[in-house]
Design a protein around this ligand. Structure first.
Ligand SMILES: Cc1ncc(COP(=O)(O)O)c(C=O)c1O
Length: 340
């Protein structure tokens, strides 16, 4: 059992608290992706819920705890998806939710935060500046600050994905988008406890590598800026306690190019019918960049969010031709095609 801040019994109990709309998400083998990726691929679909990301699992825990304590208000910083999820979970429990986000966050995410009834404050900077502002508001107003990945509920909520994976396994590897680390530490904790043979691989964009570099050097590494289309994972300042947990549960952390993320989004659209945001294509991007590593294995990628600005999405996937494909002969009945 890894000695992280997380607890398997609490993670199991979380399933009773989280609204079932976020639980037991589809998990299926997606054979149509396989010719291009060269391995068996299953997708865990975290986009088919009211906030179109996995973050509702954690905010359900946070909000139910607050409601039990009689709290009336809560504030968080968000790249967009946590805020949306907290707005959803808070609304159902009568909480006054304030979300602080970067004014450069995708408009689709900001619009949904407002539509769900939260107060949205925008900062003229990035996600890490929003974190500072949210902390200041919490201090000023004496309300609970939800810190994604630091607050253990956010990790244990995400960890319920891991329980569902273990029940559906076996798999050889799981690819997890890495931002602040709630999802990777959560899912990783459960896999290491219950299915230690499964390789836990975190994936980050090369343009926002702080947590990956920190994992590799076993100490916090910060960066001055980020440069990636994967807005959901673009942090600069890893949280030390989360890094400590990640060191215990991740087998690897890899960086991918934005061009591969776009190719992954395109493949998920063309072959799986999925509209995903860039962070949700990180796993497919990792396979595209290192196919030999995954050849012959069964890999799960967590499709973790689908909140994307439509114009940007069209720009990205419209400009990306699919890799050329060629016919291969699998025998008389076959119509299979694979990449050269
Ligand atoms: C779609 C999506 N993927 C991945 C992440 C990264 O998750 P974490 O911060 O738990 O590492 C986020 C974070 O908000 C996200 O919204």
């Amino acid at each position: 059992m890894p000695k992280t801040r997380l607890d398997l019994a609490r993670i199991r109990a979380a399933r009773q608290v989280i609204d079932p709309v976020f639980l037991d998400t589809p998990l299926y083998r997606c054979e149509a992706l396989e010719p291009d990726l060269g391995c068996a691929v299953s997708v865990k679909l975290e986009t088919a819920n009211p906030v179109r990301s996995f973050k509702g699992r954690g905010t359900e825990l946070v909000a139910s705890g607050l409601a039990e304590n009689g709290s009336r208000a809560v504030v968080c910083a968000s790249a967009g998806n946590l805020g949306q999820a907290l707005a959803w979970s808070g609304r159902g429990r009568g909480l006054y939710v304030t979300v602080v986000a970067s004014r450069f966050a995708p408009a689709a995410k900001l619009d949904r935060i407002r539509a769900l009834g939260a107060e949205l404050e925008l900062v003229d900077g990035d996600f890490d500046m929003a974190r500072e502002r949210a902390a200041a508001i919490a201090e000023r107003d004496g309300v609970r600050l939800v810190e994604d990945s630091l607050d253990v509920e956010t990790c244990e909520g995400a960890a319920t994905i891991g329980l569902e994976l273990v029940d559906a396994g076996p798999f050889d590897a799981v690819l997890i988008a890495l931002g602040g680390g709630a999802m990777a530490t959560g899912v990783g904790h459960v896999l290491k406890a219950r299915a230690p043979g499964v390789e836990v691989i975190c994936v980050q964009p090369g343009g926002a590598p702080a947590m990956t570099l920190s994992w590799r050097r076993r100490q916090v590494v910060t960066t001055d800026s980020t440069d990636t289309i994967a807005d959901g994972v673009a942090g600069r300042r890893p949280i030390p306690a989360v890094l400590d947990d990640l060191l215990l549960v991740a087998d690897d952390a890899v960086l991918v190019r934005d061009a591969s993320i776009i190719a992954g989004m395109r493949l998920l659209f063309d072959h799986a019918g999925l509209v995903v945001e860039p962070s949700a294509a990180l796993g497919v991007a990792a396979i595209l960049e290192d196919p030999d590593r995954f050849a012959g294995r069964h890999v799960v990628t967590i499709v973790c969010g689908g909140n994307v600005d439509v114009d940007a999405y069209h720009r990205w996937i419209g400009a990306t031709p699919l890799p050329p494909i060629r016919e291969v002969d699998h025998g008389p009945e076959s119509h299979g095609r694979v990449s050269p």
